[in-house]
Design a binder for this molecule. Structure first.
Ligand code: SF4
Ligand code: SF4
Length: 153
């Protein structure tokens, strides 16, 4: 049994990890490992970067094709897709957000990891409404790029 099956918390070793070069352009990290019949992420991608062996298989992102457009972030019912971009010491994480209050551009919020722990402050850079889901981009230290997956306003 994998660790996340006991804890419900994914770690980096459960995920497809992009190269440094791929992170520099910005790519979608698909934090979806369960075999469930679901594929809006595949349908949403304008460059057909996301694929699945079959409808029950976990999705796979072709990081070379992915253009980091964030379209897949809001369509995932599991809120399991994050776009991460890194440049030098700064990272931008785009995440789905369905709580209130919704932060505004320029706000400082708390950056939270997969366990729910607050790890740092984050600056809100972009807030977009896509359907019922807010898609929020935050700026954090690059060391935390693959750990921060939520915010607390
Ligand atoms: S970020 Fe855009 S290009 Fe990349 S997988 Fe998602 S929808 Fe496709
Ligand atoms: S839309 Fe979300 S839950 Fe559904 S397969 Fe894609 S990543 Fe997984």
């Amino acid at each position: 049994m994998r660790q996340y099956e006991k804890t419900g918390i994914l770690s980096q070793k459960d995920l497809q990890i992009p190269s440094e070069k791929q992170l520099q352009k910005g790519v979608a990290i698909l934090e979806c490992v369960q075999e469930i019949p679901c594929n809006p992420c595949v349908e949403s991608c304008p460059v057909h970067a996301i694929s699945m062996k079959d409808i029950n298989a976990p999705p796979v992102n072709d990081f070379e094709k992915c253009i980091g457009c964030t379209k897949c972030v809001s369509v995932c019912p599991g809120l399991a897709i994050f776009v991460v971009k890194v440049k030098d010491r700064t990272a931008w994480v785009t995440l789905p957000y369905e709580f209130v209050p919704v932060p505004k551009v320029g706000d400082m919020v708390k950056a939270v990891d997969r366990t729910g722990a607050v790890r740092s402050n984050a600056l809100v850079k972009k807030v977009i409404k896509q359907g019922k889901t807010m898609v929020i981009t935050i700026e954090i230290d690059s060391d935390l790029a693959m750990d921060i997956r939520n915010i607390r306003v």
